[in-house]
Design a protein around this ligand. Sequence first.
Ligand code: RFL
Ligand code: PHB
Length: 399
Amino acid sequence: MVVGGSHERTQVGIVGAGPAGLLLAVMLRLQGIESIVVEKNSRSTVEAVIKAGVLEQGTVDLMNEIGAGARMMQQGFRHDGVVLRFDGRDERIDFPSLTGGRRVTIYAQHDVIKDLIRMQLEAGGDIRFETSEVGVHDLETSSPVLCFRDKDGVFRQIACDFIAGCDGTQGICRPSIPAGALKVYERLYPFGWFGILCTAPRSAEELIYAMHERGFVLVSTRSPDIQRMYFQCSPREKVNEWSDDRIWAEFRARLATRDGWLPREGPIFSKTVIGMRSLVVEPMRHGRLFLAGDSAHVVPPTGAKGLNLAASDAQILARALTAFYKSNCSDLLDRYSDTALRRVWKATRFSWWMTSMLHTFPGADEFQHRLQVTELDYVTGSRAAAMALAENYVGLPIE
Ligand code: RFL
Ligand code: PHB
């Protein structure tokens, strides 16, 4: 029990204003369930963090269902496929014909965040930005407590019915669960991604996932004038050792095709190195604390699944909390972890598989390289294999 400070009450305390926390808050509000979102960063900071870009069909449908999809539908790009580039050639996976009409939308995560924050605040939702000393307590009781210091320095305690830990990989919720109550599954990959943003026209109509002996490359996009690209690098790569010229030379080498394809180059205004790992913790619940999104699992970005898993966790949790408040039924809450984890493990498998197929592993020999080329040849040449990739990429259903 925490003593002192200003006391409040809410139904669901939510830690973190990322996609998981904000989607949950909006879905709960639409069901008449109160929440308070507690976020450590300022609104402008969370609205500026550059992360994901690919929204599964189910995430797009969710944004539309909750009334947050207008700008996404206007400014996002609908992509009907991706290109796999290997052995100097391009092979395309066509989503609608392989998945009964499903596709993905390219729309930046920080735009999703902006749309959700605006919508939630305009409807009177409660989001506290710039908080510090955030803690969760009494998790095994029927009234867990969320405490924090607000942006004016006032220490606050919120008594909740439930707490949702949506505070990402560096949050406080997962570490608040007693050691031994969680099982952690982890795989570190021996490489990272060097990500850039540049001002240039689009190089291709659709995303290109390229496998090359020098390492993987992804050609993605953000808008008609801003492009997002990544190349596989050492996890310890130093950004300041990469001039624009050196970066473009690396992209040209790895993206070379037999017919002389070249990326459209332009000034680079952002360079970052991203580590790659897979992590799942089980169960995604401890007492009345429910973990959702990156606080419970991390995938390497190759399958474009992280944001989409945050959205599906939030949906599963919102459904379970709604059943609790509307029908006094806790079955769905009791099943939350199992239901969410089945989808999480499928996305974990898909992201691991895409990563293994497309990257060059240190020490890999020519035999390994030939196997990877053959796998890509098979995946793009067999309708059954292409369908397996497509249905995972556009997103598996929520059970
Ligand atoms: P987030 O987005 O990390 O949000 C967590 C929020 O919690 C706050 N927070 C705290 N608040 C209060 N107190 C504390 N003690 C707190 N500690 C943390 C943080 O400030 C933050 O606002 O987690 P969430 O909601 O689970 O969402 C997960 C996604 O952000 C992540 O999985 C994706 O960005 C992953 N990802 C991609 N996912 C996709 O689905 N499609 C993609 O195309 C895709 N591309 C990517 C990606 C991630 C990338 N990076 C940078 C890792 C590309 C990249 C480069
Ligand atoms: C992105 O546009 O940032 C992006 C796209 C596809 C991925 C990962 C990241 O698999």
